[in-house]
Structure formats: structure tokens, C-alpha cells
Design a binder for this molecule. Structure first.
Ligand SMILES: [Zn+2]
Length: 329
């Protein structure tokens, strides 16, 4: 939220350059609303960048299609077909790698289908009918939008360092509102020591097991997360995963909240509501919602007095709760 008009502080940055799946309000690029909530009433707009800005997880989640096989088979196949790597690389890449990849040490993607259900776990409410929303640009022009898989829970963890008093409740409430608006089921996995990073891996088996990394909500500082410098209160976005023949799916999001800014914000009258609104704004970016110019919406990047999702925000979140289930990932 901006600082104009409203209590100084709830600032949402001007939009950042945003590849569809992630955002950075701080970087600001008018064309793609960014999923970072930030800033000075309006930070200078840097030139549009063609490469992913900081905080946008690289598309490491990309995987190949292929059936699942047992570990023994995978190991045997891996050994026996190493020769293919040299003699028939096309065969190796197309048929062998997809099946073996999830089981080999250091693999960049988890085994597919973790916790995948046959049907969505929840249901998004009906649309409000408002069109005052914008979805993040899809990585595939043929796919209207990328969203989280509604057939499996969206896990999240909190890095509590620097957290202001009452932070836990604010996060819990913000998550509940995003869950209600999307129908996505969120599951809290507790604290983590993982620090936010623009190089964050979408798959961290040593830390989180063989599944996509949970959404990381970290109380940070400008010293740790330089993009929080200035009036930027928060950053948020998600990486995506893809497998042949299936739509892109958002995975492994993260949110960085400017703890010092929140400590100040919480001193204002109605401070907790503004603080919660910032977290809601960032989480909306995580699930795929972009900025809008309409000042009555929470996703307006300039910052307003809006502290709840408005009709446009809700309509967009309802759409994002209706993504496709992709158990192949
Ligand atoms: Zn934003």
C-alpha cells in the first residue's frame, strides 16, 4: 500500500518486471504487474529486464514426462544405459532420463504426484463478476494462466527470525483469507531456518523431503533481502514446474517481509490490519495474481487504505483456484 493518504507505511510498490510466475515489485516494470508488494509511493522504474529478476525462482522445476519405476529398475537402467548417452543421446534423453531422473542423487525434481488427489481438495467460491484483476503472465502463450495444483495441499513454512510481535497470527489470518478466496488448501509445516533468496531451489530434498519445497514466508530485512530496501514492505512470487504435455504449475513460492517496516506499521492505528493486508497482497502474488490500477483493490501496487480483498481481487483469486491438477509433476 502506498503511504499517500493512508497511514504512512503500507506501501505496495509500483509493479516490477515480472515473468509470469514470480514477481518483484521492487524492480518495477509497468508492463507486468509484479508480485512483490513494496514501495516508495513510486520507486523509479528500472528498464524492463529480459532475464528473471531477483527472487524469481529459475525454472528448475522443469521435468520430462515418463512413467514411474522402482528404484532398482532405475539404478539398473541408469547404469546399463549410460552408453546411450554417447551412442543414442536422443533415446537417452527422451525415454531413459525421464524415468530415472527422479531417483538419482542430486536430481532437480521430486518424484511426481506427491500427495496428489484425484479431485481438487477445495472449491473456489463463485466469481464476484468483477474484472478488476490481472493474472500473472503465463509462461506458455497457449495457457491462460499458471496456478497451483488444486488437487494437493500448498505447504508453507515460516522463517521466524526478526518477526514482530503477533506475526504468527497475522500470517495465519492472511493464509486463511487466500485459502478461502482460492479454495486451495494450505498446510502449515512449522518453522524453518531457510533464508529467502532469489536463487531459491524449488526442490530441496535434504531440507524438506522429496517433494516441491513449501512456500517460504520469511521475516527479513533490507540487509538480507536488498530488494526490500526503501519503501518496499514485501516481495512474493512462485516458481513453476512443467512436464511434457501438461500445463505449467506454480510450485515453491516465497514471501519476504520487511520486518523493520512491519514493526513500524504495527504502531499505527489499525496497524495489524494494514500489516495483514501486506501479507495477503504478497500471498496473492504467490498464487498468481498480478497488480491492477484500480485503487479500490488490494492488488493495487500504489498502496491504498484497502485492507481486505475486494471484488476484483476475489474474482482473480477464484480463477487461480481453478487450475488444472497435474499429478505427473
Ligand atoms: Zn505487489
Amino acid at each position: 500500500m502506498t503511504s499517500d493518504g493512508a497511514p504512512p507505511g503500507v506501501r505496495r510498490s509500483a509493479s516490477g518486471r515480472i515473468p509470469q510466475w514470480a514477481i518483484d515489485e521492487a524492480l518495477g516494470a509497468a508492463e507486468d504487474p509484479a508480485p512483490w508488494r513494496s514501495g516508495p509511493a513510486f520507486p523509479p522504474q528500472p528498464p524492463r529486464q529480459d532475464s528473471p529478476p531477483p527472487w524469481i525462482p529459475r525454472p528448475r522445476g522443469k521435468r520430462h514426462g515418463g512413467k514411474r519405476h522402482g528404484r532398482k529398475w532405475a539404478i539398473a537402467a541408469g547404469i546399463a544405459l549410460l552408453a546411450c548417452l554417447y551412442s543414442v543421446p536422443a533415446v537417452f534423453e527422451r525415454f531413459v532420463l525421464p524415468a530415472v531422473l527422479p531417483y538419482l542423487p542430486g536430481t532437480p525434481v521430486p518424484p511426481p504426484g506427491f500427495e496428489a488427489s484425484g479431485t481438487p481438495l477445495g472449491h473456489a467460491p463463485g466469481s464476484t463478476g468483477s474484472r478488476a484483476y490481472s493474472l500473472q503472465e503465463s509462461p506458455d502463450p497457449g495457457q491462460p494462466f499458471a496456478a497451483y495444483d488444486p488437487c494437493r495441499p500448498v505447504h508453507y513454512v515460516v522463517r521466524p527470525d526478526n518477526a514482530p510481535p503477533g506475526a504468527g497470527q497475522l500470517v495465519e489470518q492472511a493464509v486463511a483469507k487466500v485459502s478461502a478466496a482460492t479454495g486451495l488448501r494450505f498446510v502449515y509445516d512449522g518453522f524453518t531456518s531457510e533464508a529467502p533468496s532469489d536463487e531459491r531451489e524449488s526442490y530441496q530434498p535434504d531440507r524438506y523431503g522429496k517433494r516441491w519445497a513449501p512456500v517460504l514466508i520469511a521475516w527479513s530485512t533490507p540487509a538480507e533481502s536488498p530488494d526490500l530496501a526503501g519503501d518496499v514492505d514485501g516481495l512474493g512470487g512462485s516458481g513453476y514446474a512443467y512436464t511434457t504435455g501438461q500445463p505449467y504449475v506454480l510450485v515453491a513460492g516465497q514471501v519476504a517481509l520487511d520486518a523493520p517496516d512491519f514493526a513500524e506499521m504495527l504502531q499505527w492505528p489499525d496497524g495489524p490490519h494494514h500489516a495483514r493486508a501486506v501479507i495477503m497482497h504478497e500471498l496473492a502474488h504467490v498464487v498468481g495474481l498480478d497488480h491492477v490500477e484500480d485503487p479500490t483493490q488490494l492488488m493495487n501496487p500504489e498502496g491504498t487504505d484497502v485492507t481486505e480483498f475486494a471484488a476484483g481481487d476475489l474474482a482473480g483469486l477464484a480463477v487461480l483456484g481453478g487450475g488444472q491438477c497435474v499429478p505427473e509433476l
